[in-house]
Each structure stands twice: as structure tokens, then as C-alpha cells.
Design a protein around this ligand. Structure first.
Ligand SMILES: *Cc1c(COP(=O)(O)O)cnc(C)c1O
Length: 339
């Protein structure tokens, strides 16, 4: 791929089309008025219905790689309400592949939200007790080995499809954003997303760098913390660069912000749920409790604190996840009643 431009290289990557793209960008008028900034949202929750959210952008590349290798089973993993696992199961069903999900649990799960959809898409499911003595990688390998023994060719997609290949999804999304900036006649001073397994942030970060856009790219952690993600994202970025035949990047300027994870990954607090309901009431937009609700709450607070004072136009990526609201419907109802 030596003598090709970056855009040519990206256009030649192996990809299958699964997402409805480009996704629209719209302005949140009431939140913008409140904050004294132009707050825009890129509706990556519009990438589909069954495959809604950010993971399908990555799966276009991960599954293309699986098909190129002649694989017939997609194995992936996540939490019990994983949006990524649900999108993978839906994609497998559409493509006539098998899917096998390893979902981690702390107690007996209810068949609801994404976990209900996983079962409707015909996924095989292995539940893994988070407090048991088998690790996630061990369980995934055990599942993969059983398929190999039965004459299948499994392909393992990592949690969140956050690796070098999956990263092409948001590298391309950055190009899509740059094209939309032109037609909107503006440029976003900051582009902001949730950081869950690091792939979305890594793709946006690398796209910004490789296309020379010079935007501020900020991510809000909803699990782990910024030191953990500085490592994870650094590795993802370099894996992608290697696949493109580009030199590794050792000089990083990630803007990963902690402080809005709340009680922990996928655990909600009343104030977070009330914030989500407030945005729904003000804008007619539904954020999810695990990722976008926390990240947008973070952005809202950081804008108020002055962290984004130098920015006029801020683009928040709505990465989807609305099915995750339904397993929290009782807690949301309580939060609404308290309000
Ligand atoms: C997975 C996910 C994220 C986080 O994206 P990563 O690429 O894993 O960091 C954000 N929002 C939603 C709805 C998700 O499902």
C-alpha cells in the first residue's frame, strides 16, 4: 500500500456495508442556549435499529476480516447488556453466520434489553461469573477451541471490537465528519465521545491526526480511568497505523477525562438518570444510561466549569445504547418520581 494516499488506503480496506451512513448531525438548540455554546450531536444511534450504535461501524471491518479468513462463527464478549454483543449477533444473523457471545454476569440475568435481543438473533450464549476463577480470555479460548474441534472456523472479535481493525470504523467516521463540516459550513472545535473500550476515541483521535484536522478530541471514561485508556488507546492507534503501513505514533496527546463514571461501569445514580430525562424533555433525544448519558453529563458539567471555553462548536457523538435503558426502567421511574 506504499504509494497510496491515506484516503486511497482507507478506500481499499476490506469492508462489508452494515451501517446506515452517513449519520445526521443536528444541533441541540435548548442545551446550546443553556450553555452559551453550539452543541451538536452526531446521531450514530441512527446507524441502524438492530445494529444501532457505534459498534456496527467497527464490525464492518472486523467481520470483513473474518469473512476474508473463511470463518463461519463470530465469537465476542461483553457485559450482560453489551450493545456490541447484540450488534454482532444481529450482523451474524443477517450474514448467515453463527454467533457465540460470552457475557459476564454478577448475578442471574433477566431476559431483557440487549440480552433479550441476543437470544432473538439466535446467538449461542455462555454466561461467565465475574467472580469465578475462569478469566474472560480463558473462556473465549475454550469456546473457540470447541468450535475448532467440531470443524468450524471461529473468529474472535475483542470486547467492543476495539482493536486495530475495528478502529477503521471511527477513522472513517472522522472523514465523514470532515465532509459534513464542509456542507454545514462550520468546523467543530471539539469532538467528544464516551470511552468504554477505547475504540471510538482511538479512531476519532487517529482520524484527526492523519487527516490533519487539528480538532480537539475529548473522551469521557465510563469504566476504568484515563491512565488505563492512555495505554489501551495507544496500542489500538499503533495497531491501526501498522495495518496501514504507517509509522507508530509515540507522541500522544489524548484528552481523556475522568470523573463521570459515577458508581462504576453500567451502574446508574439518580442524578445521572434525571439528567438523561432532562435532555429527553428539552431536546427529544434519548441518551443511554451506561455510556452517552454519563459522557454527555460530563461534557455538560465541564462546559459549565470552563474546560471548553475556547470552543464555540462542540460535536458530541451519540454512540447509541438505548436498549440499555429498559433494564433500568424501574430505577428511571424512581428517579423521575423523585424529581
Ligand atoms: C461501546 C459503547 C460506547 C463506547 O465505545 P468504545 O469504542 O467501546 O469506547 C459508547 N456508547 C455506546 C452506546 C456503546 O455501546
Amino acid at each position: 500500500m506504499e504509494n497510496l494516499t491515506l484516503r486511497e488506503k482507507l478506500d481499499r480496506l476490506n469492508r462489508i456495508r452494515l451501517a446506515n451512513l452517513p449519520t445526521p448531525i443536528c444541533k441541540l438548540n435548548n442545551v446550546s442556549r443553556e450553555l452559551g455554546k453550539n452543541i451538536w450531536v452526531k446521531r450514530d444511534d441512527f446507524t441502524g435499529v438492530e445494529m444501532s450504535g457505534n459498534k456496527v461501524r467497527k464490525l464492518e471491518f472486523s467481520i470483513a476480516a473474518a469473512l476474508e479468513d473463511g470463518c463461519d462463527v463470530l465469537i465476542t464478549a461483553g457485559g450482560i447488556q453489551s450493545n456490541h454483543a447484540r450488534a454482532t449477533a444481529a450482523a451474524a444473523a443477517r450474514l448467515g453466520l453463527k454467533s457465540h457471545l460470552v457475557l459476564s454476569i454478577t448475578d442471574a440475568p433477566k431476559t431483557e434489553g440487549n440480552y433479550l435481543l441476543d437470544q432473538m438473533f439466535g446467538a449461542e450464549i455462555t454466561l461467565l461469573d465475574e467472580n469465578g476463577n475462569v478469566t474472560l480470555p480463558e473462556k473465549i479460548e475454550e469456546v473457540a477451541e470447541a468450535y475448532r474441534k467440531n470443524g468450524h472456523k471461529p473468529y474472535v472479535i475483542p470486547v467492543g471490537a476495539s482493536n486495530g481493525v475495528g478502529n477503521f470504523g471511527y477513522l472513517n467516521a472522522m472523514r465523514e465528519i470532515a465532509e459534513q463540516e464542509e456542507s454545514l459550513g462550520l468546523s467543530f472545535d471539539a469532538i467528544v465521545c464516551a470511552v468504554g473500550s477505547g475504540g471510538t476515541y482511538s479512531g476519532l483521535y487517529l482520524g484527526n491526526r492523519l487527516f490533519g484536522l487539528g480538532r480537539r478530541v475529548a473522551g469521557f471514561t465510563v469504566s476504568n480511568n484515563k491512565d488505563y485508556f492512555a495505554n489501551v488507546c495507544g496500542k489500538i492507534v499503533n495497531d491501526t497505523l501498522a495495518l496501514l503501513g504507517e509509522e507508530a505514533d509515540e507522541e500522544r496527546s489524548f484528552e481523556i477525562i475522568d470523573g463521570y463514571k459515577g458508581l462504576g461501569y453500567a451502574i446508574s445514580k439518580a442524578d445521572e438518570l434525571q439528567f438523561i430525562a432532562g435532555v429527553a424533555a428539552k431536546e427529544g433525544i434519548v441518551l443511554d444510561p451506561v455510556y452517552t448519558g454519563k459522557a454527555f453529563y460530563g461534557l455538560y458539567n465541564e462546559v459549565k466549569k470552563g474546560t471548553f471555553d475556547s470552543c464555540e462548536n462542540i460535536l458530541f457523538i451519540h454512540t447509541g445504547g438505548q436498549y440499555g435503558l429498559f433494564p433500568k426502567q424501574d430505577q428511571m421511574a424512581e428517579a423521575l418520581a423523585e424529581n
